[in-house]
Design a protein around this ligand. Structure first.
Ligand code: FAD
Length: 912
């Protein structure tokens, strides 16, 4: 009876153990795991930290009891193998619970010790709050740190799989994240241009992406950790996640004299045998061969570890099995996009002997006529000598991984672009297309191989005496012309045959459209007519991706491919929105000021204007505008961006989508405000240069939205900039008020001891950049109603109480008496909002009113409807005046009721 020992009880080790038992019912199998669990899901750890996976035991795929009961495998957790005696064929094991050490003999030994996260010896690396993620206990430490230290800001170091997954999951926990990557791109498995939509997605979700900069040291401050970088940045964080790669855990193998590679991986043959034929090694710790190049390679992923574990088991039990090598197939999901890759990237090919071509396509994941189609940006690399597929990358909202899986299998079988062209793949409208994206890549590649199509890489434009011919439509060019690429001639494809005399037959012509399909038709047409035409692969969408990451690592947000996000298309096309930073537009959307309506094909929506004029812009798709049962206008997105639809006061229009469409609704006053905001900041900068940068970065300047601009300018001129530290109490409940404050960059907690509260100070709100506080006491002419304490170092603007009243509060003051309020509410023009405490509400209230107590109003303001006009009331009129101001500062229409419910002469409701 063979005695087999396995070191490491997770991906490779556990797979090997279970397979061994299936292959050999008599073997004595013991598996040692130094951690507390066998067979846990490392891949799920980031999601466990993000609370997407809520329970620790959901990560545990199998436990020691299951191994014992189902497989008769002796799985010993908290047992570390500390040495191997190859001569006597024994291992030394330490029982980590009892501290005892013992020897265990083996016939065959399998090593699957995995890899260790890299933790470089930077100054300050041992500062508490700096974590790496490998195990369940690591993840539990991160979770407790987040909870115990109320983590608000984190720095993630490293832009690979784990870095991105961690960044996303920290955002799920409302943590603001900065991601630092030493390279000039994130996601090393992709070529740089393919990362454009990934960076865009990170930034859209509020993650700061700092490329081409590396961490040099960490510093513990009184309240947080400062992360210092080579470029001179000092970034404050409450927590740091290091995700800069792994190193093989091969010390045991090294000490036993097994052969290691230069980078410390255990060297194995294709049967997973180490330099000692009785010792096998699998998983992250080993070096294997690359399936395409045949060179030594590593791929620390779960798939190879599991497959290698099974192969080692088969070989031990007497079968002949060969590991085929790795080819780098990988996938990562992040927010709403998926990126996937297989085979060699262009970066890798550029330094190799391969003569290769790189082609791009941006097909939809399924046919456009079925609702919900989204584009996938794809890149294929193939060998020019025989068409063999060498690598592929895909990024998109849906279907990217399915296409890469198909191509991964094709690569494994040595397939060519002709095979991709002919591949018979699944198709029904909701799943794909009769020409699947994989077929399309194969067709382009095959056209090139057969000599029907020539391509010119975008990077080569301008190297020769050639022109770029853009065959897109006039409206497409109006939105995003090709710039900085030498001479560009525009002839829409449908006009090309009639305008050939405008082209020089002796000069090369490089043809582009949006994605490459129309350009392919144009190239064929031109070549048949004797022109020297070639295709610019992937069209302007690929160009946008290439522009996105310039050589110095900086990015030009404007060049971002608009099709990845209709909001970005809108941003590019509409003035003054195009003058706003994209993050601000995101916030405006999140705040409900800019509303988005997504319509599937055939769906319709009826929109009614509020009291003011709304503007409707179609960011993508095609709709019919229906008024009084008549189609009055047909709208395409390009036309709509130039000539938006207006929805005037109380008018209603129905929009019927002919194709999947995204419609945005913006209020005209808001556009006017922003148009003037930046002009005002510039104007103000002449007198207060210190404010220019602050105001340029100011989030949600909507605090001033309802004020005359002259008042805003005057108020800002009179502010003072206050730099304060985490922990500072800016205002204290009960104190006489001094200033009104706006948080430019920072965060604060608001605590209040309520009149009717017996529980002491209660956290009633958490303020972030762009929020303001301190107005209550001026409006009610009393003392401070709450205490505001900074939770991180912050920059505030302070405005003196007298200036606040004169410039902000009085111009907005808008009250109504009981009779007017009653008439307006009865006529359905306005709605009542009660801002008293819950207890007062149960005692008596005005029928039909909504309750949100004043201290909770800022935090719960999203529960109110921006299209509704509110009359706010309280007991005697003071709290409602404050609430009225808060509502106006947040873009609501409101007034407040003089004298409150105390003097209300009409019927009231009582009790529960
Ligand atoms: P491991 O699964 O790490 O197992 C090694 C085990 O050996 C460890 O538990 C260790 O405690 C134990 N051990 C080491 N030395 C000894 C000793 N001397 N005595 C006893 N026990 C010992 N891969 C993917 O394919 N997709 C993903 O989405 C993905 N996400 C990941 C997310 C995270 C956060 C992490 C950390 C990894 C992720 N991976 C992912 C990688 C994947 O988990 C690894 O490639 C895989 O687990 C490697 O298997 P292994 O058996 O080599 O090592």
């Amino acid at each position: 009876m063979a005695k087999i020992l396995i070191v490491g009880g997770v991906a490779g080790g556990a797979s090997c153990a279970a397979r061994l038992r299936r292959q050999d019912e008599t073997a004595e199998i013991t598996m040692f795991e130094k951690g507390p669990y066998v067979s846990f899901a490392n891949c799920g750890l980031p999601y466990y930290i993000g609370n997407v996976i809520q329970q620790e035991d959901e990560l545990l795929i199998a436990d020691t009891t299951l191994f014992e009961e189902r497989f008769r495998i002796d799985a010993r957790v908290l047992h570390e193998v500390t040495g191997i005696d190859r001569a006597n064929k024994t291992v030394t094991v330490r029982d980590l619970k009892s501290g005892e050490t013992y020897d265990e003999p083996y016939d065959q030994l399998v090593l699957s010790p995995g890899a260790i996260p890299i933790r470089p010896p930077f100054p300050g690396i041992d500062t508490p709050g700096i974590f790496t993620i490998r195990s369940v206990p690591d993840s539990n430490q991160v979770k407790s740190w987040i909870e115990m230290h109320h983590v608000d800001r984190a720095v993630v170091i490293g832009g690979g799989f784990i870095g991105l997954e961690m960044a996303e999951n920290l955002v799920h926990r409302d943590i603001k994240v900065n991601l630092i990557e030493r390279d000039k791109q994130i996601m090393p498995v992709l070529d740089r241009e393919m990362t454009a939509p990934v960076v865009e997605t990170l930034e859209k979700n509020g993650i700061g992406v700092l490329l081409g900069d590396s961490v040099t040291s960490f510093e513990q401050t009184d309240v947080d950790i400062k992360v210092h970088t080579e470029a001179g940045r000092s970034i404050h964080a409450d927590m740091v996640i290091l995700a800069i790669g792994v190193t093989p855990d091969s010390a045991l193998a090294r000490d036993a004299g097994l052969e290691l590679s230069g980078r410390g991986h255990i060297v194995v043959n294709a049967s997973m045998q180490t330099s000692d034929p009785d010792i096998y090694a699998v998983g992250d710790a080993v070096e294997v061969t690359h399936a395409i190049t045949g060179e030594a390679s590593v791929l620390p992923l779960a798939g190879p570890a599991n497959r290698q574990g099974r192969i080692a088991a088969d070989v031990i039990s007497g079968r002949e099995r060969i590991f085929r090598g790795v080819q780098g197939t990988s996938v990562c999901g992040m927010f709403d996009i998926t990126l996937a890759a297989t085979g060699l990237s262009e970066k890798q090919l550029a330094g190799s002997d391969f003569d290769y071509s790189a082609i791009y396509a941006h097909p939809n994941d399924h046919v456009g006529y079925y609702p919900g189609a989204t584009p996938i940006s794809m890149k294929l690399l193939f060998d020019n000598s025989n068409g063999r597929v060498l690598g592929a990358q895909a990024v998109g909202k849906k279907g990217a991984e399915r296409r890469i899986d198909i191509i991964a299998m094709a690569i494994q079988k040595g397939a060519t672009v002709y095979d991709l062209e002919e591949a018979e793949l699944c198709y029904a409208p909701q799943f794909g297309a009769a020409k699947d994206p994989v077929n399309i890549l194969g067709m382009i590649g095959s056209n090139i191989m057969r000599g029907d199509l020539r391509i010119t890489p975008w990077e080569d434009i301008g190297k020769q005496d050639a022109i770029v011919l853009d065959v897109r439509s006039y409206s497409e060019i109006a939105v995003s012309p090709i710039v900085n690429r030498g001479e560009v001639k525009h002839i829409p494809l449908n006009e090309l045959r009639d305008r050939l005399d405008e082209l020089n037959p002796d000069a090369p012509i490089h043809v582009s459209c949006a994605v490459g399909a129309r350009a392919n038709n144009a190239v064929r047409l031109l070549n048949h007519r004797g022109f020297d035409a070639s295709l610019l692969p992937g069209g302007t969408l690929t160009l946008a991706c290439l522009n996105y990451c310039s050589d110095d690592g900086s990015r030009t947000t404007k060049a971002t491919p608009a099709h990845f996000d209709p909001l970005l298309a809108l941003h590019e096309a509409i003035s003054p929105l195009s003058g706003l930073p994209v993050w601000l537009l995101q916030e405006i959307k999140a705040a409900g000021i800019l509303r988005e309506y997504c319509l599937g094909q055939g769906e319709s929506i009826t929109l009614k204007a509020s009291a003011i004029t709304d503007i409707l812009v179609l960011a993508n798709g095609e709709v019919d505008v229906v008024e009084l049962d008549q189609i009055t206008r047909h709208l395409s997105s390009t036309e709509s961006r130039r000539r938006p639809v207006k929805l005037s006061s109380h008018e209603s229009k129905t929009f019927y989508a002919r194709t999947p469409s995204t419609l945005y609704r913006i209020d005209q006053e808001f556009l006017d405000f922003f148009d003037s905001w930046f002009a005002m900041v510039e104007n103000l900068a002449q007198e207060r240069p210190d404010l220019e940068a602050i105001l340029g970065d100011m989030r949600r300047p909507s605090v001033f939205m309802n004020l005359p601009l002259s008042n805003v300018q005057e108020a800002l001129k009179r502010t003072t900039v206050v730099e304060a530290r985490a922990g500072d109490e800016i205002i204290t409940q009960g104190d006489t008020p001094d200033n009104f404050y706006i948080i430019i960059d920072g965060a604060a907690d608001v605590h209040e001891v309520g009149l009717l509260s017996e529980d002491g100070a209660k956290l009633v709100n958490q303020l972030v950049s762009g929020d303001h506080f301190g107005e209550d006491a001026f409006v009610i002419e009393g003392t401070r109603s709450a205490t505001v304490t900074l939770t991180r170092d912050s920059t505030l603007l302070a405005l003196d109480g007298a200036d606040f009243k004169r410039l902000i509060s009085q111009p907005l003051d808008d009250h109504v008496d009981h009779n007017t309020a009653k008439i307006q509410v009865d006529q359905g023009l306005k709605k009542l909002l009660d801002v008293r405490y819950e207890e007062e509400w149960y005692e008596e209230r005005i029928p039909g009113a909504t309750l949100i107590p004043l201290p909770e109003l800022r935090a719960r303001i999203s529960e109110l409807d921006k299209n509704q006009d509110y009359i706010v009331y309280c007991h005697a009129g003071k709290r409602s005046a404050v609430a009225d101001l808060i509502l106006k500062n947040n873009g609501f229409k409101s007034s407040w009721m003089l004298e409150g419910i105390r003097e209300w002469p009409y019927a009231v409701e009582k009790g529960l």
